[in-house]
Design a protein around this ligand. Structure first.
Ligand SMILES: [Cu+2]
Length: 144
């Protein structure tokens, strides 16, 4: 008889534990859905000639959570800088560089070129420097 009660208590305990679990799972699943269902790989290719954008596509878009891959090809050595996410890449002449972004911040972010000559390696990408030549190439828009 005592044994039967023990089983019942254990069973109730297990049931209690189980009934808590689904709600936790539901929360986790909901969180996952925000990133996994929306998340996709978005790839763009940009070409620069003499530091200027080739073609008229000056806006690229993605959704929050996407993995955005921006490949930039240039005929001359140049630095490119994605503002906001603050990613800077150097492209040697006639080569390309890839900016990989996990789009976790929404908004409009400009991608600029920085002239290579006046880049001081010891200084971060953005200094209040008048000599620093910056040119907006493309705008990256990330929607919520
Ligand atoms: Cu910049």
């Amino acid at each position: 008889m005592k044994f039967g009660v023990m089983i019942l208590v254990i069973a109730m305990f297990l049931l209690g534990a189980c009934s808590n679990k689904p709600s936790l799972d539901a929360i986790n699943q909901d969180n996952n859905q925000h990133s996994s269902t929306a998340s996709q790989l978005v790839e763009y290719k940009i070409e620069l000639s003499e530091g200027n954008l080739v073609g008229s596509k000056d806006k690229i878009t993605a959704n929050k959570g996407d993995n955005v891959s921006i490949i930039v090809a240039s005929d001359k050595a140049i630095n490119i800088h994605l503002h906001g996410y603050d990613i800077e890449k150097h492209i040697p002449a006639h080569r390309e560089a890839k900016i990989d972004v996990n789009a976790n911040a929404t908004g409009r972010f400009i991608i600029t070129s920085h002239s290579v000559n006046d880049v001081d390696e010891s200084v971060s990408a953005h200094e209040e420097d008048e000599a620093h030549e910056e040119h907006v190439l493309v705008t990256l828009e990330i929607y919520p």
